[in-house]
Design a protein around this ligand. Sequence first.
Ligand code: AMP
Ligand code: TRP
Length: 326
Amino acid sequence: MKRVFSGVQPTGNIHIGNYLGALKQFVDLQEDHECIYCIVDEHAITLPQDPQELRNHILDVAALYLAIGIDPKKSIIFVQSDVSGHAELGWVLCCNCYTGELSRMTQFKAKSGGQESVGTGLLTYPVLMAADILLYDTDVVPVGNDQKQHIELCRDIAIRVNHRFKDTFVVPEGRFMKAGARIMALDDPTAKMSKSAEAIHSRISLLDEDNKIKKSIMRATTDSDGEIRFDPEAKPGVSNLLNIYSAFSGEEVEAVAAHFAGKGYGDLKKELVAVAQEALAPIKKNYEEIRHSEELKMTLRDGAERAGAIAEKTMKRVRDTFGLGF
Ligand code: AMP
Ligand code: TRP
């Protein structure tokens, strides 16, 4: 069975972009893959976090993993900082990665831009991500499009090390959804839907009330020509709504566009509200039951043990390969 690894940062406001781009695939992949899903708290501290809030968000994301249908009997769910191999392998990989490669990353450029002093962790963030992936001999990494460059870097590092020391790492592949890989902000379809945007109607969070879902969709930015067709260049707002509809319903985006041909934007929005509300209702219900249960922490402890055992094997191999220790 092929092994899958992915991670989500515990930073709150998990939205339908995260869900349709990444999390939804996590559930589907469980059926025929060995899956490991991580809550990457060490990545979250590349920017300052309130410690109490960070701990709450770790449990929030863990509860969401379970609420969307990740089954801890099939998959491993754990917190990154519970397994020390991530940071340890991160250092080894830093020594096999060039600063030029890291400073070219678009996410680094976007996050560091305009700041007077930039934390080193923001620069080396993709190396820690590569360590997450390579630590588990991962074959497949399901993520949104915005992580493509980071996956490429991970592959480059693995290939580079393997060139020097044969068969040290499995070279992984990214897996991207057709419809959900890049969900745009509802109020500005030229920008990616993000956790940190100020405007709450730019996104739909997975735990939003029905009323909020409705408001955010009904006021979503479209255009003035009135025709419904899928054309992301010329009609980014309408195309984003069609994409979201397609990703929730599982219908091809062309079929969704055909269904709405000749109808008005109001019809598209109303139907999308219903589709989104229906998809998110069971997630919210499950989440409320799980979030404050003892079972949640037990799942994470058990996951850390199982992940730790795999990681330790890899680290032994890496230490032997590089001649670390004696
Ligand atoms: P993060 O919250 O940054 O850890 O992202 C978690 C996952 O969601 C990653 O796989 C991202 O690629 C994915 N993701 C984040 N924003 C979007 C978006 N707007 N559309 C699709 N996928 C996204
Ligand atoms: N960088 C990813 C993001 O921001 C999160 C992440 C960290 C990740 N480590 C990972 C994703 C390993 C996949 C595999 O979305």
